[in-house]
Ligand binder design. Structure first.
Ligand code: SF4
Length: 86
């Protein structure tokens, strides 16, 4: 039987994004992240930071999310080379 392609498994192939618990429910940061990311990876979900999985691989490594949040709270991981955006 042919293997089914799960569309969800096709996300986050090149990039993974993580935010620390300390900012997850920070309404100001949630709004700011939604505003700055040019490819809509962050969603302000009623004052919480939500990651839009299907957009994560569109990341253009612009660092705007890192600059918009306290140091070390947003991690943009380049899965293809094992490094993280600084
Ligand atoms: S680096 Fe730029 S494109 Fe990537 S998640 Fe952050 S704001 Fe969005």
């Amino acid at each position: 039987m042919a293997e089914q392609l799960n569309p969800k498994s096709m996300n986050k192939v090149f990039i993974d994004i993580e935010v620390e618990d300390s900012i997850h429910d920070d309404a100001a940061i949630a709004a700011k992240l939604e505003e700055v990311c040019p490819v809509d990876i962050y969603k302000d979900a009623g004052g919480s930071v939500e990651i839009v999985d299907e957009n994560v691989d569109e990341c253009v490594l612009c660092r705007l999310c890192i600059e918009a949040s306290p140091p070390g709270t947003v991690h943009v991981k380049k899965l293809y080379d094992g490094t993280e955006l600084r």
